[in-house]
Design a protein around this ligand. Structure first.
Ligand SMILES: Cc1cc2nc3c(=O)[nH]c(=O)nc-3n(C[C@H](O)[C@H](O)[C@H](O)COP(=O)(O)OP(=O)(O)OC[C@H]3O[C@@H](n4cnc5c(N)ncnc54)[C@H](O)[C@@H]3O)c2cc1C
Length: 461
């Protein structure tokens, strides 16, 4: 179809003011937070209600035009990159919290709402919506549902899929369906809610969600522990869980990340430490006091060189600086930053960190690793220069070793950032041919013309 005709049809559906097609606008939506993936779309369309989404999908399906749903564009797997041209479907006009049901502890929320805004809305009622990716203040609910995002509280509270109870979805042919809802228990039919959660925009356009909320914990205790060997840090992580304590947060930074943060921030981090762990236990004050003591015991037993307890919320923020600043500080080192998120069973954490350290050394690339130690979800962060072909070859070799290493340890390519385009080469390694075929069959059944975010997550069908 001619581009002008496509633009005219989109304007008929959503109104002229909700269609962008200038060269500058198209360029602005040609990429997301992932480096190295720039593809020009033909048009950017912002629908304002589910009927408009349905009309767009019917038209796109009939004319076999690719559609790329997009929230805030903060994903790290090129999930919104318009690989084959077509329509970028910007969902940010879906910006309302429709209902807060305090009897059922359920919020009904449109997908363009920013995740932090959900928390701010429910906080006066003593509630939280736990999924908290680093981008909690910018990411849209729809993006976090489609990436099945996690965050710092994943260990105790779980990830997005644990809080999405129902969805409104527009299918590739324009049909509008509803999955799940307010029922805590619901085994009527396939679990379509879970299928769409984490589907990276390849199976349908999500327009609203029913979200489970939980009571805000009454008390917290936070601390930072310094270790001189990776083994001690890794063993401390396993031993805390083995002691039947599930901290809300258990984060790790390796030496390379510690040094980089200290170079930029000068906050007094121990630059010769092999690793630091940041921990928080939360819940009823009596349980928190008990768990804090047990955690301190485990840290001591595993040779923590130093442990500092947060004396106030402000002090906690200060201690947490290292974790919050790890990525921004690493990103300052070089022009290009790849944040990976290979994940292993937590008992294999030390082995995995050693694989990453060796890959960095063998291929002479700079990798800082930090992440959600309690979930075994690491973020090996490779800083480099995309323009340097020779360096990029070494970067890709290091990535190959890291992803293969994770899968060989019984891990996964992605704990929370999704597959998108970047990790496609390793998908068959993790899922096998048969596993990939099953996923492709689901895609073909729901999107026979392959118009929804084509080429992503499972590759070509
Ligand atoms: C600095 C930084 C830190 C981060 N930290 C974390 C972290 O701690 N944990 C974590 O899990 N992630 C993290 N991320 C990744 C990212 O923020 C999350 O994946 C986020 O959930 C994406 O939300 P978004 O609105 O930006 O989605 P987008 O990037 O716009 O889209 C993400 C995917 O969802 C699809 N999509 C979006 N909206 C819809 C919809 N309505 N219907 C169907 N498909 C849709 C898109 O096609 C795309 O495939 C981080 C990213 C950055 C840059």
């Amino acid at each position: 179809m001619e581009k002008d005709q496509l633009i005219a049809e989109m304007k008929k559906i959503v109104g002229e003011e909700n269609v962008l097609h200038s060269k500058e606008a198209l360029y602005a939506y040609s990429y997301d937070a992932t480096p190295g993936h720039i593809y020009m779309p033909d048009v950017v369309v912002s629908p304002g209600n589910v009927q408009e989404v349905s009309a767009i999908m019917k038209f796109a399906n009939e004319h076999k035009i690719p559609v790329y749903p997009r929230g805030s564009g903060t994903n790290l797997s090129a999930g919104t990159a318009p690989l084959k041209g077509g329509i970028v479907l910007l969902m940010l006009r879906f910006n309302k919290i429709l209902d807060l049901d305090l009897e059922n502890l359920i919020a009904e929320v449109e997908v363009g709402v920013v995740v932090q805004d959900i928390n701010d809305y429910v906080a006066p009622h003593g509630l939280i919506y736990p999924p908290d990716p680093g981008t909690v203040k910018t990411a849209s609910l729809g993006g976090t549902i489609c990436e099945n995002s996690g965050g710092l509280r994943g260990l105790k509270y779980g990830i997005t899929k644990n809080y999405v109870q129902g969805l409104e979805v527009v299918l590739a042919n324009g049909d509008i369906i509803h999955t799940g809802g307010k029922n805590v228990k619901d085994v009527s039919g396939y679990d379509m809610t879970k299928l769409f959660t984490g589907s990276e925009g390849t199976l349908g356009i999500i327009t609203k969600a029913y979200l489970k909320l939980v009571p805000k914990p009454e008390a917290q205790a936070s601390m930072i522990a310094v270790f001189n060997t990776l083994e001690d840090a890794g063993n401390a992580v396993s031993d805390i869980i083995a002691a039947k304590i599930i901290p809300a947060t258990m984060e790790i930074l390796d030496n390379s990340s510690i040094r980089t943060v200290e170079d930029f921030m000068h906050v007094g981090l121990p630059t010769d430490a092999a690793a630091i762990l940041l921990l928080e236990v939360d819940g009823h004050p009596v349980i928190v006091a008990d768990e804090k003591e047990k955690v301190l015991e485990v840290l001591k037993k595993n040779n923590a060189a130093e442990v500092t307890l947060a004396k106030s919320p402000e002090h906690k923020e200060q201690l947490w600086t290292a974790r919050r600043m790890a990525l921004p500080c690493l990103a300052k080192l070089r022009p290009t930053t790849f944040v990976e998120d290979a994940t292993v069973p937590r008992s294999k954490l030390t082995q995995f960190l050693k694989i990453v350290t060796k890959a960095a050394k063998d291929y002479n690339v700079t990798i800082g690793t930090f992440g959600h130690a309690g979930d075994g979800n690491m973020h090996p962060t490779i800083v480099c220069d995309l323009r340097d072909k020779e360096e990029m070859e070494r970067v890709h070799k290091a990535m190959d070793v890291i992803f293969r290493g994770a899968v060989e340890l019984g891990g996964t390519l992605s704990g929370e950032h999704g597959i998108g385009l970047g990790k496609l080469p390793w998908m068959e390694l993790q899922h096998g041919k048969e596993g990939m075929n099953a996923m492709k069959a689901i895609k073909r059944a729901l999107d026979p013309n392959l118009i929804l975010n084509p080429g992503k997550l499972i590759g070509e069908c």
